[in-house]
Design a protein around this ligand. Structure first.
Ligand SMILES: Cc1ncc(COP(=O)(O)O)c(C=O)c1O
Length: 365
Protein backbone atom coordinates (compact mmCIF):
# COMPACT_ATOMS: atom_id res chain seq x y z
CA UNK A 1 0.00 0.00 0.00
CA UNK A 2 1.28 3.49 -0.76
CA UNK A 3 0.17 6.72 0.86
CA UNK A 4 -1.28 7.66 -2.53
CA UNK A 5 -3.79 4.79 -2.09
CA UNK A 6 -5.00 6.47 1.08
CA UNK A 7 -5.70 9.70 -0.75
CA UNK A 8 -9.27 10.45 -1.84
CA UNK A 9 -9.65 8.76 -5.23
CA UNK A 10 -10.78 11.88 -7.11
CA UNK A 11 -7.70 13.81 -5.95
CA UNK A 12 -5.01 11.35 -7.00
CA UNK A 13 -4.71 12.65 -10.55
CA UNK A 14 -4.78 16.35 -9.70
CA UNK A 15 -1.82 18.10 -11.31
CA UNK A 16 -0.59 20.79 -8.90
CA UNK A 17 -0.42 24.33 -10.25
CA UNK A 18 2.86 24.99 -12.05
CA UNK A 19 3.89 28.65 -11.75
CA UNK A 20 6.11 30.60 -14.16
CA UNK A 21 9.72 29.72 -13.39
CA UNK A 22 11.02 31.81 -10.48
CA UNK A 23 14.18 33.87 -11.13
CA UNK A 24 16.22 32.08 -8.45
CA UNK A 25 15.31 28.64 -9.83
CA UNK A 26 16.51 29.55 -13.33
CA UNK A 27 19.70 31.03 -11.87
CA UNK A 28 20.47 27.75 -10.10
CA UNK A 29 19.45 25.47 -12.98
CA UNK A 30 21.34 27.28 -15.72
CA UNK A 31 24.09 28.70 -13.57
CA UNK A 32 23.35 32.21 -14.80
CA UNK A 33 25.22 34.87 -12.88
CA UNK A 34 24.06 37.94 -14.77
CA UNK A 35 20.67 39.55 -15.20
CA UNK A 36 17.50 37.47 -15.37
CA UNK A 37 14.30 38.98 -16.73
CA UNK A 38 11.04 37.34 -15.73
CA UNK A 39 8.16 37.89 -18.12
CA UNK A 40 6.27 34.73 -17.23
CA UNK A 41 3.60 35.40 -14.59
CA UNK A 42 1.81 38.60 -15.65
CA UNK A 43 3.17 40.43 -12.63
CA UNK A 44 3.78 44.15 -12.48
CA UNK A 45 7.47 44.76 -13.24
CA UNK A 46 7.54 47.68 -10.79
CA UNK A 47 7.61 47.54 -7.01
CA UNK A 48 4.58 48.92 -5.15
CA UNK A 49 4.34 52.72 -4.98
CA UNK A 50 5.87 54.50 -1.98
CA UNK A 51 2.51 55.01 -0.20
CA UNK A 52 1.84 51.26 -0.27
CA UNK A 53 5.30 50.41 1.00
CA UNK A 54 4.84 52.92 3.82
CA UNK A 55 1.49 51.38 4.77
CA UNK A 56 3.16 47.95 4.97
CA UNK A 57 5.96 49.31 7.16
CA UNK A 58 3.42 51.04 9.43
CA UNK A 59 1.51 47.78 9.86
CA UNK A 60 4.60 45.71 10.67
CA UNK A 61 4.58 46.51 14.41
CA UNK A 62 1.11 44.91 14.65
CA UNK A 63 1.94 41.53 13.18
CA UNK A 64 2.08 39.90 16.61
CA UNK A 65 -1.75 40.18 16.46
CA UNK A 66 -4.06 38.23 14.18
CA UNK A 67 -5.36 40.25 11.26
CA UNK A 68 -8.85 41.71 11.04
CA UNK A 69 -10.71 38.54 10.16
CA UNK A 70 -13.42 39.94 7.91
CA UNK A 71 -11.21 42.68 6.38
CA UNK A 72 -13.60 45.30 7.83
CA UNK A 73 -11.72 48.44 6.78
CA UNK A 74 -10.77 47.15 3.35
CA UNK A 75 -14.36 46.07 2.66
CA UNK A 76 -15.52 49.60 3.50
CA UNK A 77 -12.93 51.12 1.17
CA UNK A 78 -13.79 48.72 -1.64
CA UNK A 79 -17.52 49.29 -1.16
CA UNK A 80 -17.18 53.05 -1.54
CA UNK A 81 -14.78 52.56 -4.44
CA UNK A 82 -17.36 50.45 -6.31
CA UNK A 83 -20.57 52.11 -5.04
CA UNK A 84 -21.85 48.92 -3.38
CA UNK A 85 -22.55 47.86 0.24
CA UNK A 86 -19.61 46.60 2.34
CA UNK A 87 -21.61 43.37 2.81
CA UNK A 88 -21.23 42.73 -0.92
CA UNK A 89 -17.44 42.51 -0.71
CA UNK A 90 -15.46 39.36 0.08
CA UNK A 91 -11.66 39.45 0.37
CA UNK A 92 -9.52 36.39 -0.31
CA UNK A 93 -5.95 35.18 -0.17
CA UNK A 94 -5.62 36.13 -3.82
CA UNK A 95 -8.64 35.97 -6.10
CA UNK A 96 -7.62 32.33 -6.62
CA UNK A 97 -8.86 31.54 -3.15
CA UNK A 98 -12.26 33.01 -3.96
CA UNK A 99 -12.61 30.83 -7.07
CA UNK A 100 -11.85 27.79 -4.93
CA UNK A 101 -14.22 28.83 -2.12
CA UNK A 102 -16.99 29.46 -4.62
CA UNK A 103 -16.73 25.89 -5.86
CA UNK A 104 -16.52 24.49 -2.35
CA UNK A 105 -19.50 26.45 -1.15
CA UNK A 106 -21.83 25.79 -4.06
CA UNK A 107 -21.02 22.73 -6.14
CA UNK A 108 -22.69 19.44 -5.17
CA UNK A 109 -21.60 15.97 -6.35
CA UNK A 110 -22.97 15.31 -9.85
CA UNK A 111 -23.07 18.99 -10.82
CA UNK A 112 -20.88 20.53 -13.52
CA UNK A 113 -18.62 23.52 -13.95
CA UNK A 114 -18.44 25.18 -17.36
CA UNK A 115 -15.45 27.23 -18.45
CA UNK A 116 -13.68 28.32 -21.64
CA UNK A 117 -10.48 26.60 -22.70
CA UNK A 118 -7.62 27.55 -23.03
CA UNK A 119 -8.14 29.80 -20.06
CA UNK A 120 -6.98 30.26 -16.50
CA UNK A 121 -5.42 27.02 -15.23
CA UNK A 122 -7.06 27.37 -11.81
CA UNK A 123 -10.54 26.55 -13.23
CA UNK A 124 -9.68 22.92 -14.01
CA UNK A 125 -7.82 22.63 -10.72
CA UNK A 126 -10.71 23.78 -8.50
CA UNK A 127 -13.09 21.62 -10.52
CA UNK A 128 -10.95 18.53 -9.97
CA UNK A 129 -10.61 19.34 -6.27
CA UNK A 130 -14.38 19.32 -6.00
CA UNK A 131 -14.53 15.96 -7.77
CA UNK A 132 -17.09 17.19 -10.30
CA UNK A 133 -17.22 17.23 -14.09
CA UNK A 134 -15.66 20.02 -16.11
CA UNK A 135 -17.27 21.16 -19.34
CA UNK A 136 -14.52 22.85 -21.33
CA UNK A 137 -15.71 25.11 -24.14
CA UNK A 138 -13.11 25.78 -26.87
CA UNK A 139 -12.20 29.36 -27.73
CA UNK A 140 -13.00 30.68 -31.18
CA UNK A 141 -10.29 32.84 -32.80
CA UNK A 142 -8.56 33.06 -29.40
CA UNK A 143 -11.74 34.60 -27.90
CA UNK A 144 -14.32 33.25 -25.48
CA UNK A 145 -17.17 31.79 -27.53
CA UNK A 146 -20.09 33.14 -25.48
CA UNK A 147 -22.89 31.44 -27.48
CA UNK A 148 -21.05 28.11 -27.09
CA UNK A 149 -20.56 28.71 -23.37
CA UNK A 150 -24.28 29.41 -23.09
CA UNK A 151 -25.14 26.27 -25.06
CA UNK A 152 -22.94 24.22 -22.71
CA UNK A 153 -25.14 25.14 -19.72
CA UNK A 154 -27.40 22.26 -18.73
CA UNK A 155 -29.53 21.34 -15.72
CA UNK A 156 -26.35 20.06 -14.10
CA UNK A 157 -24.40 23.33 -14.42
CA UNK A 158 -23.69 25.14 -11.14
CA UNK A 159 -20.93 27.61 -12.08
CA UNK A 160 -19.71 29.20 -15.31
CA UNK A 161 -16.30 30.85 -15.17
CA UNK A 162 -15.94 33.77 -17.59
CA UNK A 163 -12.34 34.94 -17.77
CA UNK A 164 -12.54 38.48 -19.13
CA UNK A 165 -10.04 39.44 -20.45
CA UNK A 166 -8.95 35.87 -20.96
CA UNK A 167 -5.65 34.48 -19.73
CA UNK A 168 -3.62 33.29 -21.74
CA UNK A 169 -4.99 34.91 -24.91
CA UNK A 170 -5.51 38.50 -23.64
CA UNK A 171 -8.75 38.88 -25.62
CA UNK A 172 -12.00 40.21 -24.12
CA UNK A 173 -15.74 39.84 -24.64
CA UNK A 174 -18.03 42.86 -24.98
CA UNK A 175 -20.92 43.95 -22.82
CA UNK A 176 -23.33 42.97 -25.59
CA UNK A 177 -21.90 39.45 -25.73
CA UNK A 178 -22.18 39.19 -21.96
CA UNK A 179 -25.79 40.46 -21.95
CA UNK A 180 -26.79 37.93 -24.60
CA UNK A 181 -25.10 35.20 -22.60
CA UNK A 182 -26.98 36.13 -19.43
CA UNK A 183 -30.32 36.49 -21.19
CA UNK A 184 -32.58 33.75 -19.95
CA UNK A 185 -29.80 32.01 -18.02
CA UNK A 186 -31.41 30.19 -15.07
CA UNK A 187 -30.95 31.96 -11.71
CA UNK A 188 -29.50 28.83 -10.13
CA UNK A 189 -26.39 29.00 -12.34
CA UNK A 190 -23.66 31.18 -10.83
CA UNK A 191 -21.61 33.22 -13.28
CA UNK A 192 -18.14 34.20 -12.08
CA UNK A 193 -16.56 37.03 -14.06
CA UNK A 194 -12.85 36.73 -13.39
CA UNK A 195 -11.50 40.22 -14.07
CA UNK A 196 -7.92 39.95 -12.83
CA UNK A 197 -6.72 42.28 -15.62
CA UNK A 198 -9.57 44.78 -15.35
CA UNK A 199 -7.34 47.83 -14.74
CA UNK A 200 -5.49 47.30 -18.03
CA UNK A 201 -8.61 47.23 -20.20
CA UNK A 202 -9.16 50.16 -22.56
CA UNK A 203 -11.96 48.79 -24.80
CA UNK A 204 -15.07 51.02 -24.71
CA UNK A 205 -17.48 48.11 -24.92
CA UNK A 206 -15.97 46.12 -22.04
CA UNK A 207 -18.83 45.12 -19.70
CA UNK A 208 -19.59 46.89 -16.42
CA UNK A 209 -20.14 43.60 -14.65
CA UNK A 210 -20.54 45.11 -11.20
CA UNK A 211 -23.54 47.07 -12.53
CA UNK A 212 -25.05 43.73 -13.66
CA UNK A 213 -25.38 42.79 -9.99
CA UNK A 214 -28.37 45.09 -9.62
CA UNK A 215 -30.42 42.76 -11.81
CA UNK A 216 -28.55 39.48 -11.30
CA UNK A 217 -28.00 37.95 -7.87
CA UNK A 218 -26.27 34.98 -9.52
CA UNK A 219 -23.26 37.03 -10.70
CA UNK A 220 -19.94 37.35 -8.88
CA UNK A 221 -17.03 39.52 -10.07
CA UNK A 222 -13.49 38.81 -8.93
CA UNK A 223 -10.61 41.28 -9.08
CA UNK A 224 -7.08 41.30 -7.68
CA UNK A 225 -4.39 43.46 -6.14
CA UNK A 226 -1.76 41.18 -7.73
CA UNK A 227 -1.47 42.92 -11.07
CA UNK A 228 -1.64 46.70 -11.44
CA UNK A 229 -1.10 47.23 -7.69
CA UNK A 230 2.14 45.17 -7.64
CA UNK A 231 1.05 43.05 -4.67
CA UNK A 232 1.30 39.49 -6.07
CA UNK A 233 3.61 38.47 -3.23
CA UNK A 234 1.13 39.47 -0.53
CA UNK A 235 -1.74 37.38 -1.98
CA UNK A 236 -4.90 39.45 -1.93
CA UNK A 237 -7.93 39.68 -4.20
CA UNK A 238 -11.63 40.36 -3.73
CA UNK A 239 -15.08 39.78 -5.11
CA UNK A 240 -18.22 41.84 -5.48
CA UNK A 241 -21.53 39.97 -5.43
CA UNK A 242 -24.93 39.75 -3.76
CA UNK A 243 -24.50 39.90 0.02
CA UNK A 244 -26.07 36.43 0.51
CA UNK A 245 -23.34 34.96 -1.66
CA UNK A 246 -20.77 36.67 0.58
CA UNK A 247 -22.40 35.03 3.62
CA UNK A 248 -21.92 31.64 1.94
CA UNK A 249 -18.24 32.33 1.19
CA UNK A 250 -17.58 33.32 4.82
CA UNK A 251 -18.88 29.93 5.95
CA UNK A 252 -16.19 28.05 4.00
CA UNK A 253 -13.14 30.28 4.39
CA UNK A 254 -10.34 29.79 6.88
CA UNK A 255 -10.22 32.14 9.86
CA UNK A 256 -7.82 35.02 9.12
CA UNK A 257 -7.47 34.09 5.45
CA UNK A 258 -6.04 37.50 4.52
CA UNK A 259 -2.92 38.72 6.31
CA UNK A 260 -2.71 42.16 7.88
CA UNK A 261 0.10 43.50 5.67
CA UNK A 262 -1.94 42.68 2.57
CA UNK A 263 -5.01 44.42 4.03
CA UNK A 264 -3.07 47.59 4.90
CA UNK A 265 -1.32 47.62 1.54
CA UNK A 266 -4.59 47.24 -0.37
CA UNK A 267 -6.27 50.10 1.49
CA UNK A 268 -3.34 52.33 0.49
CA UNK A 269 -3.50 50.99 -3.08
CA UNK A 270 -7.12 52.09 -3.40
CA UNK A 271 -6.50 55.50 -1.86
CA UNK A 272 -3.61 56.26 -4.18
CA UNK A 273 -5.02 54.58 -7.26
CA UNK A 274 -4.35 57.67 -9.41
CA UNK A 275 -0.62 57.15 -8.82
CA UNK A 276 -0.61 53.97 -10.92
CA UNK A 277 -2.30 55.55 -13.96
CA UNK A 278 1.07 56.31 -15.64
CA UNK A 279 2.01 52.64 -15.20
CA UNK A 280 -1.16 51.56 -16.98
CA UNK A 281 -0.37 53.92 -19.85
CA UNK A 282 3.24 52.79 -20.08
CA UNK A 283 2.14 49.17 -20.09
CA UNK A 284 -0.28 49.87 -22.94
CA UNK A 285 2.37 51.67 -25.00
CA UNK A 286 4.86 48.89 -24.36
CA UNK A 287 2.29 46.25 -25.26
CA UNK A 288 1.93 47.90 -28.69
CA UNK A 289 5.70 47.99 -29.09
CA UNK A 290 6.22 44.32 -28.18
CA UNK A 291 3.28 43.25 -30.30
CA UNK A 292 4.59 45.06 -33.38
CA UNK A 293 8.05 43.58 -32.90
CA UNK A 294 6.63 40.07 -32.52
CA UNK A 295 4.58 40.51 -35.67
CA UNK A 296 7.62 41.73 -37.60
CA UNK A 297 9.31 38.48 -36.61
CA UNK A 298 6.41 36.49 -38.04
CA UNK A 299 4.50 35.68 -34.84
CA UNK A 300 0.71 35.62 -34.74
CA UNK A 301 -0.39 37.70 -31.76
CA UNK A 302 -4.06 38.01 -30.75
CA UNK A 303 -5.11 41.54 -29.69
CA UNK A 304 -4.70 41.93 -25.93
CA UNK A 305 -6.48 44.02 -23.30
CA UNK A 306 -4.10 42.92 -20.57
CA UNK A 307 -0.46 43.19 -19.53
CA UNK A 308 0.60 40.17 -21.60
CA UNK A 309 0.59 38.79 -25.13
CA UNK A 310 0.12 35.31 -26.53
CA UNK A 311 2.73 34.69 -29.24
CA UNK A 312 2.23 31.92 -31.81
CA UNK A 313 5.52 31.28 -33.61
CA UNK A 314 6.14 31.30 -37.36
CA UNK A 315 6.73 27.97 -39.15
CA UNK A 316 10.12 26.41 -38.51
CA UNK A 317 10.90 28.55 -35.49
CA UNK A 318 13.47 26.81 -33.25
CA UNK A 319 13.23 26.06 -29.54
CA UNK A 320 12.71 29.71 -28.62
CA UNK A 321 11.24 29.24 -25.14
CA UNK A 322 14.23 27.21 -23.95
CA UNK A 323 16.74 29.43 -25.75
CA UNK A 324 15.27 32.56 -24.21
CA UNK A 325 15.75 30.88 -20.82
CA UNK A 326 19.39 30.18 -21.66
CA UNK A 327 19.70 33.93 -22.17
CA UNK A 328 18.10 34.69 -18.83
CA UNK A 329 14.66 35.62 -20.15
CA UNK A 330 11.70 33.69 -18.74
CA UNK A 331 8.46 33.51 -20.74
CA UNK A 332 5.63 31.01 -20.25
CA UNK A 333 5.53 28.12 -22.71
CA UNK A 334 1.97 27.51 -23.91
CA UNK A 335 2.21 23.86 -24.91
CA UNK A 336 0.38 22.70 -21.76
CA UNK A 337 -2.54 24.87 -22.90
CA UNK A 338 -2.82 22.96 -26.16
CA UNK A 339 -1.04 25.57 -28.28
CA UNK A 340 1.93 24.71 -30.50
CA UNK A 341 5.33 23.57 -29.26
CA UNK A 342 7.07 26.95 -29.26
CA UNK A 343 4.12 29.21 -28.53
CA UNK A 344 4.49 31.32 -25.42
CA UNK A 345 2.89 34.01 -23.33
CA UNK A 346 5.01 37.04 -22.57
CA UNK A 347 4.27 39.58 -19.84
CA UNK A 348 4.93 43.23 -20.63
CA UNK A 349 7.88 44.34 -18.50
CA UNK A 350 9.69 47.65 -18.15
CA UNK A 351 10.78 49.34 -21.41
CA UNK A 352 14.31 48.07 -20.73
CA UNK A 353 13.14 44.46 -20.16
CA UNK A 354 10.94 44.52 -23.25
CA UNK A 355 13.82 45.67 -25.46
CA UNK A 356 16.09 42.98 -24.03
CA UNK A 357 13.40 40.41 -24.80
CA UNK A 358 12.93 41.70 -28.37
CA UNK A 359 16.70 41.79 -29.00
CA UNK A 360 17.11 38.22 -27.74
CA UNK A 361 14.22 37.01 -29.87
CA UNK A 362 15.58 38.77 -32.97
CA UNK A 363 18.86 36.94 -32.50
CA UNK A 364 17.07 33.60 -32.16
CA UNK A 365 14.69 33.85 -35.11
C1 LIG B 1 -7.36 35.20 -15.01
C2 LIG B 1 -6.73 35.20 -13.67
N1 LIG B 1 -7.49 35.14 -12.59
C3 LIG B 1 -6.98 35.15 -11.36
C4 LIG B 1 -5.61 35.22 -11.18
C5 LIG B 1 -5.05 35.09 -9.81
O1 LIG B 1 -4.95 36.25 -9.15
P1 LIG B 1 -4.57 36.29 -7.62
O2 LIG B 1 -3.13 36.61 -7.57
O3 LIG B 1 -5.45 37.36 -7.08
O4 LIG B 1 -4.89 34.96 -6.98
C6 LIG B 1 -4.76 35.29 -12.26
C7 LIG B 1 -3.31 35.35 -12.07
O5 LIG B 1 -2.50 35.21 -12.93
C8 LIG B 1 -5.33 35.28 -13.56
O6 LIG B 1 -4.58 35.30 -14.65
Amino acid sequence: MSLMDLMQAHLRNVKPYVPGKPIEELRREKNIEGEIIKLASNENPYEPIEEIRQAIVDELSQVNRYPNSGCFHLCNELASHHGVKPAQIFVGNGSNEILDLLVRAFVNPGEEIVYPWPSFIVYPIVTQLAGVAAVEVPLRDYRLDMPALRAAVTKKTKIVFVCNPNNPTGTYVSSQEVRQFLDGLPDNVLVAFDEAYYEYVTADDYPDSIALLRERPNVIVTRTFSKIHSLSGLRIGYSVSHEDLVTCLHKVRQPFNVNSLAQAASIAALRYMDRVAPRVKENRDELHYVREELEKLGFTVPPSQTNFLLAMPPQGCGAVVEQLMERGIIVRGMKPFGYGEESFRVTIGTPYENRKFVEALRELI
